[in-house]
Ligand binder design. Structure first.
Ligand code: UDP
Length: 327
């Protein structure tokens, strides 16, 4: 199979590339290296079935050809991370919306009908107070323009673009709402909590818990995520559908910090930082976020294999090795 991955030098994209190379597929990655890195591709850059182009999805002249070559496309190119979104909402809108429309139009013009995954996010559920989100739930967003929600709104627009192209032109598109993905190569610079806490713990520095730490998240190992995405793309019943992808094990951020300190046998303390200090006054955090996974299971039979402690042990070991190399 020919697999095209936009944003393929990013954290999830590079795991998708590794997954498909291991399965014997041809993999073509395009990435503008804004948040993705060549280091993420290091393990397989010389692989004969692997190809990489540095280009921005908004201007890439090779898009039409690449799309016509592909049997499977993962559209992962996006501006992500709360900090990045607050810094540059204009770039978020351009990349996340114009980029997605461009790729869908190119697929339609290509005349070939590849399987397509469009990456959306659990952020689209917004302030919904339910304790576990199902795909049919309402979306609750503040109506006054808070920039923090730019990411959610652009991804929601992407979802509707995808459904429109699926309905009008019969494209084989699956929209996936990803819930807090974690794993090797994820970095903390853009606000992601697990890599930040792990790094702090192995250095015996305080773990920076934002707010009171009672907010909860459900973390899914990326090595599970890529299996779910692979199965969904190849599942005709999923085409034209939106599906939650994640793990429903839930933990508070304070609980996560304590667990990481314990697993790392670290001397770190917890440092509580107000949201205003962490992100600026405008920030509104989501208090609970857990996926309902019935739809994913019904369509693909998928259940995650990695438990949170197993992933954390793996990440702690990797961070320790890196720390030793840097020191
Ligand atoms: N968070 C934290 N300390 C950090 C980074 C994040 O306490 O150093 C919190 C953040 O406020 C949120 C949770 O951890 O409540 C998850 O944050 P992340 O940015 O990883 O994902 P998202 O907010 O998109 O769920």
């Amino acid at each position: 199979m020919h697999v095209l991955i936009t944003g393929g030098a990013g954290f999830i994209g590079s795991h998708l590339a590794a997954h498909h190379l291991a399965a014997g597929d041809q993999v073509y990655v395009v990435d503008n290296l804004s948040t993705g890195t060549l280091a993420n591709l290091e393990a397989f850059r010389g692989h004969p079935a692997f190809r990489f182009t540095e280009a921005d999805i908004l201007h890439w002249s090779g898009l039409g050809q690449a799309v016509a070559w592909a049997d499977r496309i993962y559209h992962m190119a996006a501006v992500v991370g709360v900090k990045k979104v607050l810094e540059d909402p204009v770039a978020v809108i351009a990349t996340n919306m114009t980029g997605t429309e461009r790729i869908l139009r190119a697929i339609h013009s290509g005349g070939w009908n590849p399987e397509v995954i469009i990456a959306s996010t659990s952020e689209v559920y917004g302030f919904n107070e339910k304790n576990a989100f199902a795909e049919t739930d309402h979306i609750v967003l503040p109506s006054a323009g808070r920039l923090r929600w730019t990411y959610a709104v652009t991804k929601l627009a992407d979802e509707f673009l995808a459904f429109s192209y699926a309905r009008k032109y019969g494209l084989h598109v699956v929209v996936v709402r990803l819930f807090n993905t974690i794993g090797p190569n994820q970095v903390g610079h853009y606000g992601m909590v697990v890599p930040s806490f792990v790094r702090q713990a192995v250095r015996n520095e305080p773990l920076t818990v934002y707010g009171d730490g009672e907010q909860t998240r459900s973390f899914c190992d990326v090595r599970d995520t890529v299996v779910a995405l692979d199965r969904l793309a190849g599942c005709p019943e999923a085409w034209g559908e939106v599906v939650n992808v994640g793990n429903d094990q839930e933990i508070s951020i304070r609980g996560l910090a304590e667990l990481i300190v314990q697993r790392a046998r670290s001397n770190s303390s917890l440092e509580f930082i107000s949201y205003a200090d962490a992100y600026g006054e405008e920030f509104e955090d989501v208090t609970h976020r857990r996926p309902q996974l019935n739809k994913l299971k019904a369509l693909t039979g998928f259940t995650p294999e990695w438990t949170l402690p197993d992933t954390l042990d793996d990440l702690i070991e990797r961070a320790r090795a890196k720390n030793l190399r840097v020191a």
